[in-house]
Design a protein around this ligand. Structure first.
Ligand SMILES: CC(C)(COP(=O)(O)OP(=O)(O)OC[C@H]1O[C@@H](n2cnc3c(N)ncnc32)[C@H](O)[C@@H]1OP(=O)(O)O)[C@@H](O)C(=O)NCCC(=O)NCCS
Length: 304
């Protein structure tokens, strides 16, 4: 059941849906509710969005189904999918006694995804890849606690091998927390990360006491070891890297990853990338000089 048209704007605000998208989303409510076929598709996609149908984050899942929605709904259909899924995730959060502010800040990633969409395409909506990402939040797997997001997941094979080789015997698949670094949240200062990590230790012990996480891991362009050669030692990115022990080396380059995160569009032509900040200059200059960027993989012990 969708909230009525009068309640919808407040609900969208709580999800940090950008102001300029709100009227358009609300205006489409009639198109969504008028057609039983669309309502059925919406319910099915909402179930998918909460991990009720298939493996969470399956790239062939939600986005492909959502593409069956009428063209008139455009890229806003996925927003309705998450609005429909909202009671499910709220109930999940309530059952775990997740504080309201954590719940709100976590689910506000929906609006962040829409802001990133507008930045990249110049129009409102939510891209399927953001929708796949949000299934982690809507099935209760991911939480934002201050500067960082934490995903309850299973330890990957290669990270498990690295941790074991460093002296702590762990098994692939055992519980692990993956750290993510949201955009539009100010600098990644060491103090903000420390505060977030302190909160997270208490949060997971309190709300998921049955899960023991041996390590926290991170898989990000921010952990490419080459960044240290290009950025000052006191830059936030370098200080963030220093928290991690080496995981494994990715042989595959991922040049479009930092381009996407820094400039908002992974497909931008490298020769035209702006050079306004030190990170922009570093990402573009290295590629223009024929270099490559890699996703780095790191971990550190999770103290309980
Ligand atoms: C991670 C992040 C917060 C780091 O920003 P920061 O704390 O300012 O980082 P640093 O202190 O190391 O960098 C300082 C310099 O880089 C610039 N910079 C950092 N991130 C930038 C970005 N995304 N776009 C443009 N410039 C950026 C800063 O403006 C500053 O420039 P200056 O030296 O010319 O003054 C920022 O890059 C960001 O929000 N990235 C998007 C999210 C992301 O990449 N997540 C990881 C997904 S795997």
């Amino acid at each position: 059941m969708l909230p009525d048209a009068d309640d919808l704007p407040d609900l969208l605000l709580d999800l940090a849906v950008p102001h300029e998208d709100i009227n358009e989303v609300v205006a489409l409510r009639r198109t969504v509710t008028a057609d039983p076929g669309v309502r059925r598709l919406l319910e099915e996609c909402a179930e998918d969005a909460t991990g009720g149908v298939r493996e969470v984050d399956d790239p062939d899942g939600l986005g492909a189904r959502a593409a069956e929605a009428p063209a008139a709904l455009g890229e806003y259909f996925l927003v309705y999918v998450f609005v429909t899924a909202l009671p499910h995730v709220r109930a999940l959060h309530r059952a775990r006694e997740i504080p309201d502010d954590v719940s709100r800040h976590t689910l506000a990633d929906l609006g962040r995804g829409m802001a990133l969409h507008r930045r990249r395409y110049g129009r409102g909506g939510l891209a399927p890849r953001h929708a796949h990402w949000l299934t982690r939040h809507f099935c209760g797997r991911l939480y934002q606690l201050g500067r960082l997001q934490y995903e309850r997941t299973g330890l990957g094979d290669r990270t498990a091998r690295a941790v074991t080789a460093a002296g702590t015997a762990v098994t692939a698949g055992e519980p692990c927390l993956d750290l993510h670094i949201p955009d539009f949240h100010g600098p990644l200062s060491p103090a903000a990360c420390d505060r977030s990590l302190d909160r997270a230790r208490k949060f997971f012990a309190r709300h998921f006491p049955e899960e023991t996480h041996a390590v926290a891991a991170c898989h990000s362009w921010l952990l490419d070891p080459q960044l240290r050669q290009h950025l000052p030692a006191d830059s936030n990115i370098v200080r963030f890297q220093e928290r991690f022990r080496p995981g494994w080396e990715d042989p595959e380059s991922a040049d479009t990853t930092p381009v996407g995160f820094v400039f908002g569009d992974p497909d931008l032509p490298v020769r035209d990338l702006p050079r306004r900040t030190s990170v922009e200059r570093m990402v573009g200059d290295h590629l223009r000089a024929g270099g490559h960027w890699y996703v780095g993989h790191g971990w550190f012990p999770w103290e309980h």
